[in-house]
Design a protein around this ligand. Structure first.
Ligand SMILES: C[S@@+](CC[C@H](N)C(=O)[O-])C[C@H]1O[C@@H](n2cnc3c(N)ncnc32)[C@H](O)[C@@H]1O
Length: 242
């Protein structure tokens, strides 16, 4: 499958990386559009209303072989946000098989190269997080396939991100961007954990905030609370992106 015109228009990358992204998005979309996966998501919302506990070990088991990658249009938008804001240090909460990470790593590598061309001495990285070792392993393979435009810009932390993101070693002092593409109960705890490092004007993206509105309740209450200092809007992609 060839890269779409939209992909070529929005993302600067080699043909190899474009081809890889097209393939990975197609695999993810095939899983997401299956009846069983749609039923799974509906059942999570039902469980929230019944027990206030939509997630558990059985949900983790179900998701272990699923991409659940951020859709291609959202990835392109995220890449463009990272490029236009010059983000050099990004945290990705929820990495899975590493698809969105590829976009973030492209942006970081290109932003660092641009800053160096302007005479700045700088570097940057994407801190990727995944608790499932088998998923982390597969993500690493994808980044290896993507090659030097991508792989050197990623530091993967394997384990529960509420622990791995506390590790100071290798953690940049200031974070420019945070992607929350994580099971919804973790969105607010992750934001609270990363918040002290967010630079003024940092970007935070949270996926599926419309589709999973009820599951994001605490997160949204926090973000809407003016004393927490966030400005926010929803971008009308599938499921909503905030
Ligand atoms: C929606 S997927 C991420 C998709 C990825 N951003 C992409 O676009 O390709 C969320 C991932 O978060 C992982 N995850 C869930 N709880 C976690 C935790 N406590 N710490 C780290 N990763 C976790 C899941 O295993 C899953 O792979």
């Amino acid at each position: 499958m060839a890269p779409t015109p939209a992909q070529l228009q929005s993302v600067t990358a080699s043909q190899r990386v474009h081809d890889l992204l097209v393939k990975l998005h197609a695999e993810s979309a095939a899983q997401e559009n299956s009846i069983s996966q749609i039923f799974f998501y509906i059942s999570r919302i039902a469980l929230y209303y019944l027990h206030k506990n939509p997630w558990g070990p059985s949900a983790d088991d179900h998701m272990r072989d699923k991409f659940v990658s951020l859709e291609e249009d959202k990835c392109q938008f995220m890449y463009l946000l990272a490029r236009t804001t010059g983000a050099r240090n990004i945290i990705e909460a929820g990495t899975s098989f590493g698809v969105s990470t590829i976009y973030l790593a492209l942006a970081v590598g290109q932003n660092v190269a641009g800053a160096k061309a302007d005479g700045q001495i700088t570097t940057g990285k994407v801190i990727a997080t995944e608790k499932e070792p088998t998923k982390a392993e597969r993500a690493r393979k994808h980044w290896e396939q993507a090659g030097e435009e991508v792989e050197p810009w990623i530091e993967l932390r394997v384990g529960d991100l509420l622990e791995t993101l506390k590790v100071e070693e290798g953690m940049p002092d200031q974070i420019d961007m945070l992607l929350l593409d994580i099971w919804t109960p973790l969105a607010l705890p992750t934001l609270e954990l990363v918040r002290p490092r967010l630079r003024r004007g940092a970007l935070i993206l949270a996926d599926n905030t419309v589709m999973a509105k009820s599951l994001y309740k605490e997160f949204m209450t926090y973000v809407y609370d003016t004393k927490n200092g966030f400005k926010t809007t929803t971008v009308p992609y599938s499921g909503g992106l905030r």
